[in-house]
Design a protein around this ligand. Structure first.
Ligand SMILES: CC(=O)SCCNC(=O)CCNC(=O)[C@H](O)C(C)(C)COP(=O)(O)OP(=O)(O)OC[C@H]1O[C@@H](n2cnc3c(N)ncnc32)[C@H](O)[C@@H]1OP(=O)(O)O
Length: 127
């Protein structure tokens, strides 16, 4: 990866722990996706000013591994607001435990949908 600067707002930071890894010390992709989903939910719920749900995840690629002890930072950028949906570009960056550098490890497109109290899609309010 050649990018040196994350796209979007820092939405979530967390630490990759041994319980999230395989015996080789590589963090499970599902754990990384879960952190990205959480960040999408936080950012989209702020924009929707209410409950949201993940409708789809697209174009996800794991380009570099996350290792035990890395700090994972998840950045979100709202690419599009539809009637009820919010599309976010989500990037996960690892701050390496042993090296003072950040690397983009994964990115994906998350589509979140605003819901009303009955769980039906509802219009995203004006900003
Ligand atoms: C907190 C969590 O993350 S929950 C865990 C995972 N997520 C879930 O369990 C969600 C389960 N799915 C659902 O509840 C429903 O399918 C919903 C609410 C996401 C969508 O319900 P639908 O009845 O299909 O709603 P509808 O057809 O009106 O689509 C709503 C919006 O979502 C968009 N959308 C729905 N599915 C997709 C998809 N696969 N890809 C892209 N956009 C989609 C639509 O384009 C529409 O956007 P717009 O209003 O901005 O034009």
């Amino acid at each position: 990866m050649t990018e040196t600067k994350p796209r979007g707002e820092l939405t979530l930071r967390t630490l990759a722990m041994p319980g999230d890894a395989n015996p080789a010390g590589d963090i499970f992709g599902g754990w990384v996706m879960a952190q990205m989903d959480l960040a999408s939910g936080i950012r989209a719920a702020e924009r929707a000013r209410g409950r949201v749900v993940t409708a789809a995840v697209k174009e996800m690629a794991f380009e570099l591994p996350v290792k035990i002890g890395d700090t994972l930072s998840v950045y979100t950028d709202i690419e599009r607001v539809g009637r009820t949906s919010i599309t976010l570009i989500v990037e996960a960056w690892a701050h390496r435990a042993r090296y003072a550098k950040m690397e983009k490890v994964t990115a994906g497109t998350f589509i979140m949908v605003a819901l009303d109290e009955e769980g039906k899609p509802k219009a995203v309010p004006e900003e």
